[in-house]
Design a protein. Structure first.
Lengths: 174, 139
């Protein structure tokens, strides 16, 4: 098994994009960002965003799921040549650029899921800001889903997800 | 991410302003991606379409079309082992003895899985089976 720190190091572009996505959504929604660590080797977190007060459940939701949208979209786009060449056409050796974009795309896709603290933060806001019962249920459901997906990282669920979404475009436009 | 909320009066970061190294890395990625989009993806996409056409023609036992289509895939992706195996199956299946040598050459240095081997056995003349160092039982 590859230790978490080594995995973070190998897939660091995904962590950087994950943090950028949190920051992007926070700023788009008018939540000030005070500091950001795009990547670090640390036991607690590989990156973080320190932002101002969140005033609505929607802000909390979009800041939380920002990386899922941005990382997944970038993974789908950047892995396009890699997916065609290696996954669909079973090529064995290719242009260096295809390898580089494949590594970048898959790294980014592997960090698409919100972390458990991200999701806890959303649930916390949903309850603190007195959202209606439906939003609270959605928050709890999403928290469980994210917790499960993060747990399944032990069996490379993050990589399976990244590879899976990388073939979306080729399969749609065939 | 470890999201941290602060309520201090600190000055926030200027929105949408990123460090130079991140902007430069993003620029390089965009250039690389545009390069593949212009020079590689169209070629691979066409090859994938040829592969689908070849698979469809093979399923309909239209071996002449399948052979041409698989060859077009190999022009774009010469290292594609699945395509080599499929082309070899097509060449054996069309019952033209002249094509058998080409099929055997196609399979040179190709690692066959058990499913590939079984499918090849269905179309390959039995006398060729001894030419393979297969770990799988013969029929």
């Amino acid at each position: 098994m590859i230790p978490g720190k080594l995995m973070s190091l190998i897939t660091f572009p995904g962590i950087v994009v994950h943090e950028i996505a949190h920051r992007l959504f926070a700023e788009l929604l008018g939540v000030p960002v005070y500091s950001i660590k795009y990547f670090q080797i640390n036991d607690k977190a590989s990156g973080y965003v320190e932002h101002g007060e969140i005033k609505s459940t929607w802000q909390a939701f979009w800041i939380c799921v920002g990386p899922f949208i941005i990382n997944s979209a970038l993974c789908i786009v950047l892995t396009l040549p890699f997916a065609y060449y290696f996954i669909l056409l079973d090529g064995k050796e290719s242009n260096l650029i295809v390898y580089v974009l494949g590594w970048l795309g898959l790294s980014i896709g592997m960090h698409a899921f919100p972390s458990n603290p991200d999701m806890k933060s959303f649930s916390h806001h949903a309850f603190k800001l007195r959202a209606n019962i439906l939003i609270k249920l959605v928050a709890l459901f999403l928290q469980a889903l994210v917790f499960l997906s993060n747990l399944l990282r032990i069996i490379w669920f993050d990589l399976v997800y990244a590879v899976g979404i990388s073939v979306i475009i080729p399969l749609i436009i065939q | 991410m470890n999201e941290q909320v602060t309520t201090t009066t600190r000055k926030p970061l200027e929105p949408h302003r990123y460090p130079l190294q991140i902007v430069m890395a993003g620029g390089i990625v965009i250039v690389l991606f545009v390069y593949t989009l212009v020079f590689l993806v169209p070629k691979y996409r066409a090859a994938y379409q040829h592969m689908l056409a070849a698979d469809s023609a093979y399923a309909k036992k239209n071996f002449t079309i399948a052979k041409d289509e698989y060859k077009k895939v190999l022009e774009a992706v010469p290292s594609s082992e699945n395509t080599k195996i499929s082309l070899a199956k097509t060449l054996f299946a069309n019952n033209e003895q002249d094509d058998d040598v080409e099929a055997l050459l196609m399979l040179e240095n190709v690692e066959l899985g058990i499913v590939d081997w079984r499918e090849l056995q269905e179309v390959m003349p039995e006398n060729y089976e001894g030419l393979f160092n297969s770990n799988y039982p013969v029929k």
